[in-house]
Design a protein around this ligand. Structure first.
Ligand code: AMP
Ligand code: GLY
Length: 445
């Protein structure tokens, strides 16, 4: 599309490529929407995708961890670029699988090696990495069954609240913020002794509680150079006023008012640069997105977590604001010209609001018919990104907890939120729930 900004195009960037995007959520719908606008994108395939991505490219019925199936699709469709949405295939080594196979080696893979993906796959690994590179993060200790008694003593002496984290991937459920020592000790036992998250909780990280405002910052890197491609504030709790259970994310806004030049400079100097330099020094092969989950503690940034992928629903506001051609950025990441990229953003604000199934993040029903999608899709300044949806007999139906995200642009956050809320109210399915207070602390901004 002509309005995509690609002024840094290097001579090595192929004119067009066939692209395979892995994943099936709102994040992938937003990435598909963005990549389809690039004049470097020839055919776009999504595996497995959802009904939303089917409207942009071709869905392939292949699971994100079926590496042999993915290989066959790459060869059949002459794929030049694979973009990995979720963390699971990265932690399971999809990058390394492509590198090790002469038939796949030339394909650009957006995502880190399995070893580097441990930044997300193991809390203990990421904490040690941050310590080695003096990256500000909460104080911590790690425990296994071998030193469980030491862990209990550590908990008993710890100030409240106490943060307990299962070391491995636990589908976003592995973090508990305990407000009493009793609760902390029970959680500790549940994770280590009762193996609440199986192997993922065979090691537990216990961490100091950081009080502040969270923000997610996103960079694209080849392990040497990087570009920051956006940031967002995610609203993780299910209930208004940030109450109730944690979810994958109920909505996002971007830009975040406190992310001014001073704060951003601290983030780059103290966190982003030491992280990328650390990857290079330790020869951790990384070609992809780095998600810095940060806490702003009275104006000072700390790392809460790294993820080796884009956030969801952060992507649903970051991609609509990014004006630079994303496919050209991926090619630049691959050929060492990322440093020359011009990153430019839409000056407008974006808000996205998630419509979730009744009961989520607990148990919920599926197969509820969704109405109003087409009307909202056709409204100016609005984008609907599908997440937990499927094709029913004649309609799009719900198939997950987080069903869809409605993103709107506005002159400020308040306007973007109001528009997104109005549009979302035109969509209906039985049991639909959403937060009406996304961006609440930024009223009039
Ligand atoms: P994580 O999976 O590490 O992102 O943790 C999930 C959520 O728990 C984060 O988004 C924070 O809201 C919260 N959290 C994690 N670590 C801390 C901490 N050290 N202090 C305060 N809140 C935390
Ligand atoms: N929205 C938080 C995440 O993607 O992990």
């Amino acid at each position: 599309m002509s309005d995509e900004i690609d002024t840094f195009a290097s001579p090595i960037i192929p004119t067009t490529m066939n692209i395979l995007l892995l994943g099936s959520g709102g994040r992938e719908h937003a990435l598909a929407w963005k990549m389809a606008q690039s004049h470097h994108c020839n055919e776009l395939f999504i595996a497995p995708g959802n009904p939303g991505t089917a409207g942009i490219g071709t869905n392939l019925d292949i699971s994100v961890t079926d590496f042999d199936g993915i290989k066959a699709a790459c060869i059949k469709h002459q794929i030049g670029l694979v973009v990995v949405g979720p963390e699971e295939p990265l932690v399971k080594g999809i990058y390394d699988f492509f590198e090790a196979d002469p038939a796949l080696r030339e394909i650009i893979v957006v995502g880190p090696s399995a070893k580097a993906a441990q930044l997300e796959g193991s809390k203990a690994f990421s904490k040690k990495f941050m310590q080695r590179h003096q990256i500000p993060t909460a104080a911590y200790a790690e425990f296994t069954l071998d030193n469980i008694e030491e862990g209990k003593t550590y908990i008993a002496a710890h100030t409240l609240p106490i943060v307990l984290k299962a070391d491995g991937l636990a589908a976003g459920k592995g973090v508990v913020i305990a407000t009493t020592h009793q609760e902390a000790l029970e959680t500790f036992d549940e994770m280590l002794v009762n193996k609440q998250f199986g192997e993922a909780s065979s090691r537990v990280v216990i961490e100091q509680f950081l009080s502040g405002i969270e923000v997610s910052v996103f960079a694209l890197t080849n392990g040497m150079d990087y570009q920051i491609i956006g940031h967002a504030k995610d609203y993780k709790r299910v209930g208004e006023g940030d109450t109730g259970l944690n979810t994958g994310g109920m909505g996002c806004v971007s830009p975040v008012p406190f992310m001014d030049d001073t704060f951003m400079q601290k983030v780059e100097e103290r966190i982003v640069k030491p992280t990328i330099n650390g990857l290079a020094q330790e020869e951790l092969c990384y070609h992809g997105f780095v998600f810095f989950g940060l806490m702003n503690v009275e104006g000072e940034p700390f790392v809460i977590e790294y993820n080796c992928r884009m956030g969801d629903p952060e992507t649903e506001v970051v991609m609509p604001r990014l004006q630079t051609d994303l496919v050209a950025l991926f090619a630049a990441m691959d050929n060492g010209t990322l440093i020359d990229a011009n990153i430019s953003y839409d000056t407008r604000s974006c808000a996205t609001i998630m419509a979730v199934s009744g009961g989520y993040p607990g148990s919920y029903q599926k197969n509820k018919v969704i109405t109003g999608l087409d009307t909202v899709n056709d409204t100016p300044n609005t984008l609907v990104f599908q997440a937990g949806t499927a094709l029913g007999q004649n309609d799009v139906v719900t198939s997950g907890g987080r069903v869809l995200a409605v993103t709107a642009y506005g002159e400020n956050i308040c306007e973007a939120v109001v528009t997104a809320t109005q549009r979302l109210q035109k969509i209906e399915f039985e049991g639909m729930n959403f937060r009406r207070d996304i961006g609440y602390e930024f009223e009039n901004k």
